[in-house]
Design a binder for this molecule. Structure first.
Ligand SMILES: [Zn+2]
Length: 610
């Protein structure tokens, strides 16, 4: 029997009530709010929200009312799911589901202080819901909201859409909400909910004033915060709720709770820049648009989308905005099973203008032709270069190469080497050659920032992997006695740079020969230069070059090698179903454990004497 953290707290809520809530909750309907599920035999399957995966190993069994993930072994009932996915405690998840099921809970042995803490999150949800309602009613009914209604009309947002999205208006008074909510909520709660602020003098006033308000909902459709646009007067054009215990911007996308079913069906979501773009697209027949809430696109956003769709199209009105988001998405693209594409709309139209002028059909067609993220980055980088001359082409390839070299997947890397060659008008062999001099899978962003830090561009500070690989080769060449039989023991996989692998092969073929002779035979000038450098550059040790230093360098080399193998093994495990492929799962798992043990030993050795 599995035990779950927080299970002990169950004593505080009457056990009969917990059972009643469990019986009344449909676990499939609950999980569907968070994960795109597809029917598979008698159960449902989807992508696990608790670990990153590309194939659906997360299953929900409606007859047993449980879920289980074959990938990460997460499992349990509706309460446990909510605890995991919303970071709730056991009583909090019981409370949440009790509310949805319409069951009033009885508490045992709970102090008033405990109860207050447990219901604080509930208060934050309620306060946001009440505020959304007040703002919305004011927009719809009040004569003082006439200008706000005209603003929406001018943006082409219909009354029905305003109702559907709960759009509202916060009038200019400093205490519009405070006064209306005073009986239900303390000023402290309203401040914690981000609806009010404390000023320097210690007074409390409404945060949103004279602004059109767009409530932001979590995946279950509860209001958790606002984006608010200034109508007239002073202040930033958009103001957003601050982060609160129920509003984490890095893991929240505007409109995803409405869009998620269609995103699951079509497999695709559009990420646009603003609330009004999302709303205009929805109104004009594209219901699958979402937006970040006043924050830059993050890893958490893509992780969230990957639960529902396989493709995220970043749709922007300008190259600038597209490039910003693309750069960020590139930084964490290997972590998530979403394919990111970039769509820059023509003539500087934003998605709202575009869909209004040309219709949903034209928008979807444009999206079909959206460029894959990496290709977009390559095109953009080349676009800033002069490709007319051989020198220009060489520079363009050099500048753009880190984008390709940074890809972790070797198939992708060679595919995009071809794209780069074609777009730059050079031979693919030339790009591949240069790739051999770039480290694998080290992000282009990291490379570039390293270069920026370095005051001398000819001698960029070495990446630790590159440095260790070079030290190992130097020891092999300059101190064969210290290196012992390592030349035989090492193989290609110990080196992550193609150029270093070539040096290793050269050394194997020419043991005992003087470096000058070896270098003389090398045809490729760059390779000859590297071998010469490795033959004469002093090793980086203070004091005596001894057995101890050699031991440390080769242990580090082994450690990097093991880390790469462990990463590969983990990815393979993730794709293996432990039930249907139990033999290979078990042997992979054993291998992984063995590798990790080996790495621990190697680490200890590398650390000795330092
Ligand atoms: Zn999982």
């Amino acid at each position: 029997m599995m035990s779950f953290p927080g299970e002990g707290d169950v004593a505080r809520i009457h056990q009969d009530d917990v059972e009643a809530v469990r019986e009344r909750t449909d676990i499939v309907a609950l999980i569907q709010q968070y994960v795109g599920l597809k029917k598979s035999g008698r159960s449902f399957a989807g992508l696990c929200p608790f670990h990153t995966e590309k194939t659906a190993s997360f299953t929900v069994d409606p007859s047993k009312q449980v879920y289980y993930c074959f990938g990460c072994q997460a499992g349990g009932n509706a309460f446990h799911f909510l605890m995991g996915v919303e970071s709730l405690t056991f009583p909090e998840s019981v409370e949440r589901l009790a509310k949805q099921a319409g069951i009033t809970l009885r508490y045992e042995g709970l102090s008033p202080g405990d109860r207050k803490a447990a219901s604080r999150r509930q208060a934050l949800f309620r306060a946001n819901a009440r505020a959304a309602d007040l703002y919305h009613r004011f927009l719809v009914d009040h004569r003082e909201a006439a200008e706000a209604r005209r603003y929406l009309e001018a943006r082409g947002i219909s009354k029905e859409t305003a109702v559907e999205f709960g759009i509202g208006f916060a009038p200019g008074y400093p205490d519009f909400l405070l006064r209306r909510l005073a009986r239900e909520f303390s000023p402290e709660i309203l401040v914690e909910a981000g609806l009010a602020l404390k000023d320097a003098a210690g007074g409390v006033r409404d945060r949103f004033r004279n602004r059109v308000t767009f409530p932001v909902h979590d995946l279950t459709g509860q209001a958790v915060g606002f984006g608010a646009r200034l109508l007239t007067g002073e202040g930033p054009k958009y103001l957003n709720s601050p982060e609160t215990p129920v509003y984490r911007k890095g893991e929240m996308l505007y409109n995803l709770h409405r869009a998620k079913a269609q995103v699951t069906d079509s497999g695709r979501a559009y990420v646009v820049e603003g609330y009004t773009d999302v709303i205009a697209l929805h109104q004009d027949g594209v219901p699958t648009a979402v937006a970040t809430c006043g924050t830059a696109l993050s890893e958490g956003h893509l992780r969230l989308l990957s639960r529902f769709g396989r493709q995220a199209v970043l749709a922007f009105d300008s190259d600038e905005a597209g490039a910003r988001a693309a750069e960020r998405a590139y930084g964490f693209m290997s972590q998530h099973p979403v394919e990111v594409r970039v769509l820059v709309l023509p003539e500087g139209l934003d998605p709202a203008d575009f869909v209004k002028a040309r219709g949903a059909q034209a928008f979807q067609e444009m999206a079909e032709a959206a460029v894959p993220l990496v290709e977009y980055m390559i095109r953009r980088s080349l676009g800033t270069q002069e490709l007319g001359s051989p020198e220009g082409k060489a520079r363009a390839v050099r500048e753009t190469l880190p984008i390709v070299a940074g890809l972790q997947d070797s198939v992708l890397r060679s595919q995009y080497a071809g794209v780069l060659a074609e777009l730059a008008g050079v031979k693919i062999r030339e790009v591949q050659e240069q790739l051999e001099w770039s480290p694998r899978g080290i992000s282009a962003e990291a490379e570039r920032s390293r270069d920026r830090e370095s005051p001398r561009p000819r001698e960029p500070r070495d990446h630790p992997i590159r440095e260790v690989e070079k030290e190992a080769l130097k020891l092999l060449m300059q101190f064969p006695d210290l290196a012992g039989d390592r030349l035989e023991a090492l193989d290609d996989e110990h080196f992550s740079y193609e150029a270093h692998r070539k040096v290793l092969a050269i050394l194997r073929k020419s043991t005992g020969q003087p470096p000058a002779e070896v270098i003389g035979r090398l045809q490729e000038e760059r390779m000859a230069r590297l071998v010469a450098e490795l033959a004469v550059e002093p090793v980086k040790v203070q004091g005596q070059v001894g057995k101890e230093y050699a031991e440390r360098v080769f242990s580090r080399l082994e450690e990097f090698f093991l880390t790469r193998r462990i990463d590969i093994m983990k990815k393979r495990l993730e794709r293996t179903n432990p039930l249907t492929e139990s033999t290979s799962f078990d042997s992979l798992y054993e291998e992984l454990i063995a590798l990790e043990g080996e790495r621990r030993k190697v680490r200890a050795r590398a650390g000795e004497g330092t």
